[in-house]
Write a protein that binds this ligand. Sequence first.
Ligand SMILES: *Cc1c(COP(=O)(O)O)cnc(C)c1O
Length: 366
Amino acid sequence: MIPFLDMKSAYAELKAELDDAYRRVMESGWFVLGKEVETFEAQYASFCGARYCIGLGNGLEALELVLRAWNIGPGDEVIVPSNTYIATWLAVTAVGAKAVPVEPTPAGPNIDPERIGASITARTKAIMPVHLYGEPADMDAIMALAEKHGLKVIEDVAQAQGARVRGRRTGSLGHAGAHSFFPTKNIGAFGDGGAVTTDDAVLAERLRALRNYGSKVKYVNIERGFNSRLDELQAAFLQVKLRVLDSWNERRRRIAALYDDKLSGIPGLGLPRAPQWAEPVWHLYVVRTARRAELMKALDKAGIGALIHYPIPPHLQQAYADLGASKGSFPLAEALADTVLSLPMGPHLPESAVDEVAVVVRHTLG
Ligand SMILES: *Cc1c(COP(=O)(O)O)cnc(C)c1O
């Protein structure tokens, strides 16, 4: 049995430190917006190479609150990848703006900067690139476009904590970065959590008010805000997880390199190939094959977990039926949805498991 993702070993490995963190918070009697959140925010900002970090309730609200802080809303357009998890789109439509999908590069999985220009209109306010699967989007090209057209850029870093573009961390490359600490992410909490990183002092201030009912001073509400706060317990756990993030990402990198090696030369199997300038963190190891159903069946029979990220692109979801898109509207995103398969990956996957997976894949497709 090889599970797709081992969710128990993180606690086993870090039990002493996590139990200490738990006890510290429980005994403090302080659970929301206190020194654990402040400490984690400082550490995480520094890790990302950003001036500010604002801890929030989850990744979706991190994306949404940045758009609100920039006063993006009805009548505005935000460019999003056609190939992404639906949360990226949900943030845009939640503020009443229009999500304008742009197709990925031919190699995939991320938004193609060369296609963005054609989708920019007088209403476009922002670009929301996603570093999907832990593979950085082409931020240099995206930032150049944004500068030329006077647009804001918010990175969706939910799957790419610790990744780099030419030595610089994701989350410090756009005007803001939105992070998720959902348990399965590279730096996962033990519950929900999220954050925004930015160098923009004005944005940071506004987010601190927006996450807390629109209030900076207790019972003084300067605007209509929300309740979206990272809690003290999760912040304490995340301090522990942050200490191991780079080394656990390094384990993922080793697994990915082993997959690359063991899966090379199998006919009809596409392997992930990161651009030269990118340092991915392998949130997922995603292969492509037209014979996916057959391969999934064989893996399942061998007791190996494999998942599809994602089987239905946002434009074909019932949730966005009102957009009037149909099959064929975004053929590159649809082709990916039809062929991608995520193999077991994680910091606790034994290297021997890669061999077992590779044997099944080669036997099925080879
Ligand atoms: C997980 C994820 C989100 C949402 O994060 P939550 O913390 O679950 O709200 C947003 N975008 C992408 C690409 C994600 O993978």
